[in-house]
Design a protein around this ligand. Structure first.
Ligand SMILES: NC(=O)c1ccc[n+]([C@@H]2O[C@H](COP(=O)([O-])OP(=O)(O)OC[C@H]3O[C@@H](n4cnc5c(N)ncnc54)[C@H](O)[C@@H]3O)[C@@H](O)[C@H]2O)c1
Length: 379
């Protein structure tokens, strides 16, 4: 079997998850990483990767690399994805794809013109029971969708001493909680239901108007391990919290709450979809079960088990029932689909392409606009 060579740019929190997932695939070699000069050699040793670069352009230009994974802060995605596509490399980019719509449109067009694989890591789609609910809706089991509600809650920015590049709009983009985590929820809901949001109304809040910025850089989620000393007080102008309400193209209604300051909620994405026949609810912190709500009869709890689900969901299950799969498995399953197309083994693109990233950015921009104007905004 010919192995496909992958290179990873940015090996902080999520770049490492990419490497672990890629190493679980039989047709991929992780051959190189790129990161800041101060960390890249140590990271390469720690991760067991032979080749490392402190200049990401060298990784992109390496003739040994077939596919580039972009796992850096958001503002770098555009230039890195553009350079990688221009160099003839397939690209897997983290969400949000860029920080604004015009850059995203340019990337979608470039990827199309080059005919290269272009994927966004909306990994939450790849929980098997998420795709079970999608299949149930497609098969008419749930009837017409009336409403969708849910949330994406975290607490890692709870204290004003919690700090990360995501708090800086020039690095993360104009929206924080909505773009960073709300984007997953919105992608998920449109993916599962097949509905399109047509109008949004948003209400943002920033509870910590200033935060204490550490005087040295820290990795995502590492803040809790640092002692709160030597901080600089900086103003914060992106949202800690947002409520967004939606109107969908079939007349359904939706509501989303996102928060990065919700004590005790570590990384919890949840949704409940109510249809004219049944309802379904799922939470990422218990991803191996789905609640099915019924009016005329006992409710059900479906436990992830390959023998009990639709074929599309079964394809994402590599372990028998009771042997739980979770967050890292979603990366593996997304990459399996992506590398199946790169290798030519698969022709159907069953992964989110840059067009899904564009949809996400477009929704985000409308949500920001709605919050600013305090009004419904059409999409
Ligand atoms: N799909 C998911 O579930 C998920 C989860 C977390 C993060 N993400 C996304 O992944 C991206 C990275 O987030 P993270 O949490 O890993 O951040 P992080 O801060 O932990 O890691 C980012 C890494 O990029 C490196 N970097 C910064 N500038 C660079 C440059 N010019 N060249 C090379 N390397 C550079 C940093 O040194 C760091 O190692 C973000 O876009 C984020 O939205 C996605």
């Amino acid at each position: 079997m010919k192995k496909i060579n992958a290179g990873i740019i940015g090996v902080g929190f999520i770049g490492v998850a990419h490497i672990e997932a890629l190493r679980r695939l039989s047709n991929v070699n992780v051959v190189a990483i790129a990161d800041d000069e101060s960390v890249v050699k140590a990271k390469a040793e720690q991760l067991g990767v032979d080749t490392y670069y402190s200049d990401w352009q060298q990784l992109i230009n390496s003739k040994d690399i077939d596919c580039v994974h972009i796992c850096t802060p958001n503002h770098l995605h555009y230039m890195m994805a553009k350079a990688a596509l221009s160099a003839g490399k397939h690209v897997v980019c983290e969400k949000p794809l860029t920080t604004n719509k015009s850059e995203t449109e340019e990337l979608v067009a470039l990827a199309e013109q080059k005919g290269l694989v272009n994927a966004v890591n909306f990994n939450v789609r790849f929980y098997p029971l998420v795709q079970q609910i999608k299949a149930a809706i497609e098969n008419g089991d749930m009837g017409r969708i009336f409403s969708v509600h849910g949330s994406y809650l975290q607490d890692w920015l709870f204290y004003d001493t919690d700090y990360n590049w995501r708090l800086e709009p020039e690095t993360a983009g104009e929206s924080r909680a909505v773009a960073d985590i709300g984007s997953h929820w919105m992608d998920l809901i449109e993916f599962i239901t097949g509905l399109r949001a047509t109008e949004v109304f948003a209400d943002f809040a920033t509870f910590h108007k200033t935060r204490k910025k550490p005087l040295k850089p820290i990795e995502t989620y590492a803040g809790k391990l640092l002692k709160p000393e030597d901080y600089k007080e900086v103003p914060i102008n992106t949202e800690d919290y947002a409520t967004v309400i939606f109107r969908f193209d079939n007349g359904a209604r939706g509501a989303l709450t996102v928060s990065q300051v919700c004590a005790g909620r570590k990384n919890r994405i949840t949704f409940e979809i109510a249809g004219s026949k049944k309802a379904a609810a799922w939470t990422s912190e218990s991803p191996n079960e789905v609640w099915i709500g019924k009016r005329d009869g006992a409710n059900e709890l479906l436990i992830r088990d390959p023998s009990l689900v639709y074929p599309g969901s079964r394809e994402l299950i590599d372990y028998p029932g009771g042997h739980n799969e979770g967050f890292p498995d979603t990366f593996k399953q997304n990459f399996k689909k992506i590398y199946g197309v790169i290798s030519g083994e698969k022709t159907v693109k069953e992964y989110p392409e840059f067009s899904a990233g564009l949809r996400g950015i477009s929704l985000c921009e409308k949500i920001v606009q709605s919050n600013k104007t305090d009004s419904w905004v059409k999409i």
